[in-house]
Design a protein around this ligand. Structure first.
Ligand code: ATP
Ligand code: MG
Length: 389
C-alpha cells in the first residue's frame, strides 16, 4: 500500500521533555476515534503515519482529534530519483493546475541531491509533461517532497488539524454542565487544552423536566466526540434547593444555590480524581457572575475553578457553539434549576457574612452529602463520532 496519512503534531513538538508521553496518548486517542476503521498506526517521536484503504474517511475523523495540527494524505516511495519522478507524474495526472511550485525538504542529509537542485529537477519534469508555469509566490499547486531516512513522502496539500493537546494529557476536570450555551463551549475549550472531562448536572424534578435532563445528556454526547470517555453525573438537587428557598431571602437564593453547587462539585470532583472544576460563567453576564458574586461564590472551595468563556462576548461564545454543533440543542426551551423561581432582584454585590448567616439557618451539610451520595451516573452516551463529520 503506497498511500499513507501523515499526522503532524505541531504544538507537541515544542514539549521536548515529555514528547513520547504526548505521542503515546495521541495514538491512544486516535485508536479510540478510529475504532470502527481498518488501518495500521505507526509512530515515533516526530511523526505518526496511518496506513489505510480509505484515507478520505479516516482523515475526516482525524479532524476531531485534539493534538493533531496537520493531516496529509501522502504517497511514500523509496529514496530513489526514478521512483520519485514516476510517482510525481502519477499524482499530478489527477490534479488541475496552471501554476505550480515544488518544495523539497531533505531531512536525510546523505541523499546526494540538494533540495534546490531537486526542486529544479522535478520542476523541469513537470514543465515537460504538463501545460503549466512555475509560480513561486502564489501557485495553484504546491508539491511537497520530504526525503527522510524511512523513505520519500510526496503530497500536494495539507488539511488543517483541530490543534490543541491530546485529551487526557492534563488529567481530568469536572464540568458543571447545564443546558445553556456557555457550559458546553467551556467543556470543548477545556478538552482542547488536553483536559478530559466528567460532567455534573443539577436537576430538580419535578420543577425541572426529563427533557431538560435529556438535553444535557445530548450536549455531553456532542462534546464526547472529542473525548470518548465522558460521563454525566446527575445530582438530585430538589431537596437542597427547596431548603434554600425556605431559609434564604429572595435576593440571596441564587448566590446560596451556587455556593451549594460549588460545594457539591468539589466533593464529586475529588471522588472522581478531577483536578479542577470548569463552568460556563462569563464576567457580568448575570447577577451571579459579577466579580463580587464570583468572589463570594468561589469562597466555598480551594479547588481551581476554570471559566474558559469568562472573557468572551456572548456572540463569540455563540459562534463556537455553532461550530461545535451544540447551539441548536442549547437553545431548546427547557427550564434549568437556575431559571426556576428566579428572584426579581438577585443581589449583585453579595456579602459573605450574609451568606454565612443564611447557611447557619439550616443543616445544609447533610443535604449536600445526600446529593453527593445519590448521584446517578450516565455512562452510555451514544458516542456518535461519525455524525460530526
Ligand atoms: P446560558 O448559556 O443561557 O448563560 P448557562 O448554562 O451559562 O446558560 P448560567 O445561569 O449562566 O447558565 O450558569 C452559569 C454556569 O453555571 C453554567 O455555565 C454552568 O457551568 C453552571 N450551571 C448552571 N446551572 C447548572 C446546572 N443545572 N447543572 C450544572 N451546572 C450548572
Ligand atoms: Mg451563562
Amino acid at each position: 500500500m503506497d498511500k499513507l496519512i501523515l499526522i503532524k503534531y505541531g504544538e507537541l513538538t515544542t514539549k521536548k521533555s515529555n514528547r513520547l508521553a504526548f505521542v503515546k496518548l495521541l495514538a491512544k486517542n486516535i485508536e479510540n476515534i478510529l475504532k470502527d476503521e481498518n488501518y495500521k498506526l505507526k509512530y515515533d517521536r516526530v511523526r505518526m503515519y496511518i496506513e489505510c484503504e480509505d484515507a478520505d474517511t479516516i482523515s475526516l475523523k482525524l479532524k476531531n482529534v485534539f493534538g493533531i495540527h496537520g493531516i496529509v494524505i501522502c504517497h511514500k516511495v523509496n529514496n530513489n530519483v526514478d521512483e520519485i519522478k514516476e510517482k510525481v507524474l502519477e499524482i499530478l495526472k489527477n490534479e488541475k493546475f496552471n501554476t505550480f511550485k515544488v518544495e523539497t525538504k531533505r531531512a536525510l542529509k546523505s541523499f546526494e541531491i540538494h533540495s534546490q537542485d531537486f526542486n529544479r529537477i522535478i520542476g523541469g519534469l513537470i514543465l515537460k509533461n504538463f501545460e503549466c508555469k512555475v509560480d513561486v509566490h502564489n501557485p495553484d499547486l504546491l508539491l511537497k517532497i520530504e526525503i527522510r531516512p524511512e523513505g520519500t513522502f510526496i503530497y500536494t496539500n495539507e488539511i488543517e488539524g483541530i490543534g490543541g493537546y491530546p485529551v487526557g494529557i492534563q488529567g481530568k476536570g469536572m464540568l458543571m454542565l447545564s443546558g445553556g450555551i456557555d457550559s458546553p463551549v467551556s467543556g470543548y475549550l477545556t478538552l482542547k487544552r488536553g483536559v478530559d472531562l466528567e460532567c455534573l448536572y443539577f436537576e430538580s424534578p419535578p420543577h425541572t423536566s426529563i427533557q431538560a435532563k435529556n438535553k444535557v445528556i445530548e450536549l455531553a454526547d456532542i462534546i464526547n466526540k472529542y473525548s470518548g470517555n465522558i460521563k454525566v453525573n446527575v445530582v438530585p438537587f430538589t431537596k437542597l434547593q427547596e431548603a434554600i428557598y425556605k431559609n434564604v431571602d429572595d435576593n440571596y437564593v441564587i448566590t446560596i444555590m451556587r455556593r451549594m453547587m460549588y460545594r457539591i462539585a468539589e466533593k464529586v470532583a475529588k471522588l472522581h480524581k478531577c483536578k479542577i472544576i470548569i463552568n460556563g460563567e462569563s464576567i457580568g453576564q448575570v447577577a451571579s457572575q459579577t466579580l463580587s458574586s464570583m468572589g463570594v461564590i468561589n469562597n466555598v472551595t480551594n479547588m481551581p475553578v476554570i471559566r474558559p468563556v469568562a472573557c468572551m462576548d456572548k456572540l463569540e461564545i455563540i459562534e463556537i457553539a455553532r461550530n461545535i454543533k451544540t447551539y441548536d440543542t442549547s437553545i431548546l426551551p427547557y427550564e434549568d434549576c437556575c431559571t426556576i423561581f428566579l428572584p426579581k432582584h438577585p443581589v449583585i454585590n453579595p456579602e459573605l457574612d450574609r451568606c454565612l448567616y443564611y447557611e447557619s439557618k439550616f443543616n445544609y451539610e447533610e443535604l449536600v452529602l445526600e446529593c453527593v451520595n445519590n448521584i446517578e451516573v450516565i455512562t452510555n452516551l451514544n458516542n456518535r463520532n461519525n455524525d460530526l463529520l
